[in-house]
Write a protein that binds this ligand. Structure first.
Ligand code: NAD
Ligand code: GLY
Length: 382
């Protein structure tokens, strides 16, 4: 696969932060700030491509595609734009085929670029198309949700869902540049903002109690916009980049980023990826709360810490309990069955990220299904 080195094509503007992801020949920059989209053309042109195949969705495209196209065309790049339906269902084999054919049809060659303009759904799908078209072309992430700015656009996990489960078909393929324009979040629906916030709080819960405390004090300003939002995105990107640099392919530590995801992915599967019922970040919020409660039930974590997690997520307006899933989430066996389809299963044992306290998460790889079933049964009755 072709990869450019670090780009840092322009000096950061006063209001911008550049987070460098030092992955050797796959190194790249994440540019965070308000108005970054207007400057996309020069930054992307500096990567040396002639053609940019933009992939977006029908909510984001009408808002931002023209700004991106104009900025790229002003630098002499040819552009094409594929607009897909919004929502998790777009991370499918059918959309992958459509995206690959659109990229090939746009005459994207090995030196050219796919540009993902959208949330995690578009980033994961377009990134995967970039990984497989011509055995790998370069790509740029322009994340437009809080979730994608703080998590999915960074780290190179790309993929689609299978009827068997989330993200079961995919590839590691690092972007060559990430442009996180925090002003684009001004148009994000409040529910999606809260869902993305769950992934911000996650970094504090994993290994940074001070960041969690900062989030507790500042979450309203993060949601409303302004310097705290930019700071939250930049600090989250730094936290994620540090983990990815230590363990790019999730042989170890990177699994910590899955805090809340074993429960969360099972809930997404049980709700048939129906965003009217549950979106990814909401599943993660419930999953993180369950991970802390499970840790308490195993005698690992103080109940006061789990209570603090639940209080904060609830205050933000996130769901935290199984009973918060609209339409219900089945029995303990249904949930367990959904978990065993997840990637985080090895030799019949489940992998969970558990916690000894806020900021003290760890990987537990040998959790017996029976222990999980009993915990879930108790939670379903609570
Ligand atoms: P999403 O991409 O579905 O976007 C959420 C909704 O917001 C969509 O309706 C979208 O059209 C709309 N939207 C996006 N930006 C907007 C804007 N600026 N203004 C108005 N509307 C806007 O969801 P998401 O939460 O961004 O991403 C979730 C996906 O990310 C899941 O599939 C999850 O598995 C994946 N993910 C991947 C990674 C990774 O490392 N690759 C990490 C976390 C999550
Ligand atoms: N969101 C999990 C990861 O990137 O590893």
């Amino acid at each position: 696969m072709t990869h450019a080195g670090p780009v840092a094509a322009r000096r950061p503007e006063a209001s911008e932060t550049i987070v460098h992801v030092p992955l050797g020949e796959r190194a790249y920059d994440i540019v965070v700030g308000r108005g970054v989209l207007q400057e996309a053309g020069p930054r992307i042109a500096a990567l040396g491509a002639r053609t940019a195949a933009i992939v977006t969705d029908a909510h984001v495209g009408p808002l931002y595609a023209e700004t991106l196209e104009r900025s790229l065309q002003a630098e002499g790049l040819r552009t094409s734009t594929l607009t897909l339906p919004p929502g998790e269902a777009t991370k499918s084999y059918a959309s992958l085929a459509e995206t690959c054919d659109a990229v090939i049809g746009a005459k994207v060659e090995r030196g050219d670029l796919v540009v993902a303009l959208g949330g995690g759904v578009i980033g994961d799908l377009a990134g995967f198309a970039a990984a497989v078209v011509r055995r790998g072309v370069r790509f740029v992430q322009v994340p437009t949700t809080l979730l994608s700015q703080v998590d999915s656009s960074v780290g190179g996990k790309t993929g689609i869902n299978s009827p068997h489960g989330k993200n079961l078909v995919g590839a590691f393929h690092q972007p060559n540049l990430v442009l996180a324009d925090t002003a684009l979040l001004d148009t994000l629906p409040a529910r999606e903002m809260r869902a993305g916030y769950a992934e911000v709080a996650k970094y504090g819960l994993i290994d940074d109690e001070r960041f969690f405390a900062w989030c507790e004090a500042n979450w309203r300003r993060i949601v409303a916009g302004g310097p705290e939002r930019d700071e939250a995105v930049a600090r989250s990107c730094r936290a994620k980049a540090a983990v990815v640099v230590r363990d790019e392919r999730e042989d170890g530590d990177r699994a910590l980023l899955n805090l809340g995801h074993t429960f969360g992915h099972a809930l997404e599967r049980i709700t048939a990826y129906d965003s009217a019922r549950l979106v990814h970040g909401e599943g993660v919020a419930i999953g993180m709360n369950l991970a802390f409660r499970f840790s308490v039930s195993l005698g690992l974590c103080a109940a006061a810490d789990a209570g603090r997690v639940e209080r904060h997520l609830s205050e933000v307006g996130l769901p935290t309990r199984l009973s918060d899933v609209p339409g219900g989430c089945g029995t303990a066996d249904d949930l367990l069955e959904a978990m065993t389809q997840d990637k985080k299963v090895k030799a019949g044992a489940l992998t969970f990220i558990l916690a000894r306290g806020i900021g003290r998460s760890f990987i537990a790889r040998t959790i017996e299904p029976g222990t999980v079933r009993a915990f879930l049964a108790e939670q379903l009755q609570a």
